[in-house]
Ligand binder design. Structure first.
Ligand code: GBH
Length: 473
């Protein structure tokens, strides 16, 4: 048996970040507040009141950060554009200084042979658009398409890989349902309406990109498609699984991949909304031919019918909120999948990633797949010599890369993997307390220190060979 698993020669080995989590410089060059500025500055919304005001100063340190990626042998980098840097109020002309930052960043990447993958929207809606109704308002989808066109006009000559939305599930259901993400609303009907307008935004945004980009450009979306399992195969538990699967997956890939909502999703949620906000041509608009699908995976979900104590808060991994992110699902209970967990409390289960990839291989035949996020938070600390040793993260990455490799053997067309995240950063409502980086960041000095996982990943990335075994020391 060979000692290592070989990946395809043109496989992309990347890392991912997002604008609000790393950039800082929130008041520079014409940028105005997004919903995450407002939310993080609202007392009680984030751990320790942390905000992205400074973050890891990537806006000023991007050159060093790209040099770091090159040192680590990465050939791909996924980042997001801050909408309120490019179009501060979400309306009107684009701001050149905002676009220039991303042009400089992309040129730096290209000069080092690193392929940029640009995400247009990673949760940071301009506050003025939220004030006008946010994602539950139809107008926001049209605003998004205009913004997409601006970015495509400015960067289409140098960026080939485009992603419309990152994890619209989080935008809709954590933002407007459980309220643990910005803008912090807790209205299940608004959350479903937001989901629909995110579908529409994806479709209209894709059309705007196609109109502005050269033919070689590729357009995708990154979904946090969940692996939903039931605790038993009893009819009640299987029904709970079916309903959560629709609310996690079908609500987006129905319209985006098949041009229709699952019929049972509409009936399951009928007591929350009548879906009258869906207009005639919306589903055709949402259903655009795509060049790839991005999958973000961290942990599977485990559900059952709620047999007892239906009112009690559920451990569904979405932070403390008495409001569920799952509309019309009070009779579903969420359970902890058995096994070791990361610092987030999320169970480590690489079989879920294999399952997810195989599901989309069947559901979207012929569509190339990318793992656009995967990674783990651990309580990393430098040792007295200043080194950061994180064998648990190496084990996590090893297990999940082996699952990707197994999916390729099983016939899946996986073209690349982006580790979440390049470096420690603002972990949303958890603030700076949770570290996902392959690179450690000292938040006092902003010094970057590659963890042992970064060195390990660099070895895999530069050879395309994954050791068959990894035994953490
Ligand atoms: C991603 O969100 C984000 O894109 C990224 O910005 C963020 O920093 C990163 O992950 C780490 O959080 O209900 O128990 O099954 C991930 C959000 C986390 C939402 C896992 C779904 C499932 C937990 N997802 N969660 S559970």
């Amino acid at each position: 048996m060979p000692e290592s698993l070989t990946f395809p020669t043109d496989f992309l080995w990347g890392a991912a970040t997002s604008a609000y989590q790393i950039e800082g410089a929130v008041r520079e060059d014409g940028r105005t507040p997004s919903i995450w500025d407002t939310f993080s500055h609202t007392p009680g919304r984030t751990a320790d009141g942390d905000t992205g005001d400074v973050a890891v100063e990537h806006y000023h340190r991007y050159r060093d950060d790209v040099a770091l990626m090159a040192d680590l042998g990465l050939n791909a980098y996924r980042f997001s554009v801050s909408w309120s840097r490019v179009q501060p109020t979400g309306r009107g002309p684009a701001v050149q200084r905002g676009l220039d930052f991303y042009r400089r960043l992309v040129d730096e990447l290209l000069s080092k042979g690193i392929k940029p993958a640009l995400t247009l929207y990673h949760w940071d809606l301009p506050q003025e658009l939220e004030d006008a109704g946010g994602w539950p308002a139809r107008e926001t989808a049209y605003r998004f398409a205009e913004y997409a066109g601006f970015v495509a006009d400015a960067l289409g000559d140098r960026v080939e890989s485009w992603i419309t939305l990152n994890e619209p599930w989080c935008s809709a259901f954590l933002g407007y349902g459980s309220g643990v993400h910005a803008p912090g609303r807790t209205d299940p009907a608004a959350a479903l309406q937001a989901a629909h307008h995110l579908n529409l935004a994806h479709g209209l945004g894709t059309q705007a990109l196609r109109a502005a980009l050269p033919a070689r450009a590729r357009v995708a979306v990154s979904l946090n498609s969940s692996v939903v399992r039931a605790v038993s195969d009893s009819p009640a538990d299987m029904d709970a699984r079916r309903r959560i699967d629709n609310l996690a997956n079908g609500v987006f890939h129905g319209p985006m991949l098949h041009g229709a909502y699952p019929a049972d999703l509409l009936t399951d949620t009928a007591r929350v909304t009548d879906w009258s906000f869906v207009q005639d041509r919306d589903l055709a608009a949402a259903h655009q031919p795509l060049d790839a699908l991005g999958l973000n995976y961290y942990t599977p979900a485990l559900v059952s019918a709620a047999h007892d104590d239906p009112g009690k808060p559920r451990a569904d991994g979405h932070g403390a909120s008495e409001h569920s992110p799952w509309p019309a699902s009070d009779d579903v209970a969420f359970h902890q999948t058995p096994g070791d967990r990361t610092e987030m409390g999320w169970t480590i289960d690489p079989t879920g990633l294999h399952e997810l990839i195989m599901r989309y291989t069947r559901e979207a035949p012929g569509l190339p797949l990318y793992v656009t996020e995967n990674g783990a938070a651990y309580d990393d600390k430098p040792d007295p010599e200043g080194r950061v040793h994180d064998p648990e993260r190496i084990a996590y990455l090893h297990g999940h890369l082996a699952a990707v490799r197994r999916a390729i053997t099983d016939g899946a067309d996986v073209r690349g993997y982006y580790l979440w995240s390049l470096m420690d950063n603002f972990e949303w409502s958890y603030g700076y307390g949770k570290r996902f980086g392959a690179v450690y960041v000292d938040y006092e000095t902003q010094a970057r220190v590659p963890k042992s996982s970064a060195h390990w990943y660099a070895g895999v990335a530069s050879t395309g060979e994954l050791p068959r075994e990894y035994v953490a020391d």
